[in-house]
Design a protein around this ligand. Sequence first.
Ligand code: SDX
Length: 392
Amino acid sequence: TGGVITIDPGFKNTGSCTSKITFLDGEKGILRHRGYAIEELTKKASFLEVAFLIIFGELPTKSEFKKFEDDIKSHSLINEEMKNIIDGFPKVAHPMGMLSSLTSALTAFNSNTVDINSKEEMYQAIVKILAKFPVLASWAHRRNDGLPLNYADNSLDYISNLMQLLFRIPTEEYKINPIAVKALDELLILHEDHEQNCSTSTVRIVGSSEAGLFASISAGVSALWGRLHGGANQAVLEMLEQIRKDGGDVEKFINKAKDKNDPFRLMGFGHRVYKNFDPRARIIKNAADELFQDLNLNDPILEIAKHLEEVALKDPYFAERKLYPNVDFYSGIIYRALGVPVEMFTVMFAIGRLPGWIAQWKEMRENKEPIGRPRQLYIGETLRPFKSFEER
Ligand code: SDX
C-alpha cells in the first residue's frame, strides 16, 4: 500500500503474529506453555500430555488423554512403500535430510491438505503425524546403521515406544529402562515449543500458502537442521569432543569464539531471546547430573561442558553480550548417555518440537493469517538497455 518499509534482517525486531501458545520473557528467563510454567510441566506432566496442552490449549482430562493416545497408536503403521524411499538414500545421508524427505513423502499416502473448517480432518492429520514421525525418525537412524527397521509397539507409552523404535534389536530381549524414559520424556518436553523460532516461523510461512501440515513440518525439519538452530546440539558434542582431544583446553576454544577473524562460535551459547539463562538449559543441566548418578555414568564430556560454561560465564566478552548456555548446550550429553548417535541429536530435537510446529501451524490456519510475503529494499542496478553478445 506504499507504506514505509523497515528492513529488519533476521526479524530481530519484528513480531510476525499474535499467539496464545507460548510465552517467553528473555530478560527473566521465563518459558510458559498456555500459561503453565515449564518447570512445572517437566516435573508433573508427560511429553504427550504437554503436546495435547500445546496443540489444543488445555491439559487433557484422563479420558481425553486416553482417546488422544489411542488415536495416535491407531496410526502408527507406515505404508510399506515408504521403504522404497528410505532404501533410495545413500548410506551417508544425514538423518535430518532423510526425515525431511520421508515426512514430505507422507503426503503421498495421507491427505496432506487439511480443510481447517473440518475439526475432524485437522485432528486426523495431527494424530497421524504424531504417530508416524517417530517411526520415520527411527528408520533414518536404523537404516544407516544397517539395522532392521522397527515398528511402533502400541503396548508402550509414547516415549517408551520411541526408545524401542530407536534401540530395540529384534533378536534380543528389549528392556525398557524407566530412568532413561523419564530423562528423555523430560528432555523432549523442554523442546516442544518456543514461540516464533526459525523452524516454527518456517512451518508457519509454508502453511500460510495453504500447503498442508505434513509439507509444512517437512520444511520445519530442514530449517531446524542448521547448526545455528537445532543442529547446534550435534555441533556442541563435536566441539566438546574436539576440546577433549585437545586435552580439555577450554580457554583455547573460548578465545577462538571471541576472535572476530575466526568463524568459530561457542556452540550451545547465546540466544536471540534469552539474554539471561535459558531456563531449559538449567533444567537439562540438573537432569544430566541426575541421570549420570542414576545410571552410575561418568562421562568426561559432562565435566568439560561444565568447565567450559564456568570459564565462559566469567569472561567479559560473553557477559557483555549476554551469552549464556542455551537448550542445546547440555541436551546432547543426555542423548549420548542414552545411546543416541550424535548425528541423530537434531532428529531428537525435531521429535520434541513436533507438537509446537503442529500447534503453531494450526493456530496460524485457524486465525486465517494472510500468506507470508515480506517486501525488500531494492539496491541493485537502475534501468539499463539490453546488450547483444557482440556488445558485451
Ligand atoms: C536454538 O530461537 C529459538 O528459540 C531457538 C531455540 C528453540 O528452542 O527453537 O531456542 C533453539 O536454536 C538455540 C540456539 C542454538 N544455536 C547455537 O547454540 C549456535 C551458537 N549461537 C549463535 O550462533 C547465536 O547466539 C544465535 C544464533 C543463537 C543467536 O544469534 P543472534 O541473536 O543473531 O545474535 P548475533 O549473532 O547477532 O550475536 C550477537 C553478538 C555478536 O557479537 P558482536 O558482533 O556484537 O561483537 O554475540 C556474538 C556475535 O558474534 N555471539 C557469539 C555467539 N553467539 C553470539 N560469539 C561467540 N559464540 C557464540 N555462540
